[in-house]
Design a protein around this ligand. Sequence first.
Ligand SMILES: CC(C)(COP(=O)(O)OP(=O)(O)OC[C@H]1O[C@@H](n2cnc3c(N)ncnc32)[C@H](O)[C@@H]1OP(=O)(O)O)[C@@H](O)C(=O)NCCC(=O)NCCS
Length: 86
Amino acid sequence: MQDIGLSFRIDEFYIRPLHRRRKFGRYAVEKVKEYCKSLHRHKIIIANVYVNNEPALKFWDSIGFKDTGRRERVKDLRLVEMEAEL
Ligand SMILES: CC(C)(COP(=O)(O)OP(=O)(O)OC[C@H]1O[C@@H](n2cnc3c(N)ncnc32)[C@H](O)[C@@H]1OP(=O)(O)O)[C@@H](O)C(=O)NCCC(=O)NCCS
């Protein structure tokens, strides 16, 4: 997680394959959100997801992150910006 000025951002979020679909990801994001909220610095947290990473898009969606419509290009791929309120 880093403070990027107007919001916080989660980068390089990864759960080991063996432990996936056991709610560890959801739990970890909840903890990061709680921590960010406790800092009282921003009201928004974002995560950037590669447009072709369907499982991750579903994951962020399932834990309440919404597509902001903003896109960033990294080489040949686009990143979908997802955000949630703290
Ligand atoms: C995306 C990732 C972090 C999810 O972590 P996780 O611990 O498996 O996720 P959770 O168990 O907390 O899942 C919560 C919900 O998200 C959704 N979800 C998670 N993985 C999913 C998948 N592969 N396909 C569809 N929905 C998925 C489901 O709704 C799930 O609830 P359910 O299992 O009751 O259906 C993990 O798959 C991962 O590390 N992927 C590789 C790295 C990556 O893509 N990181 C994200 C970069 S933006």
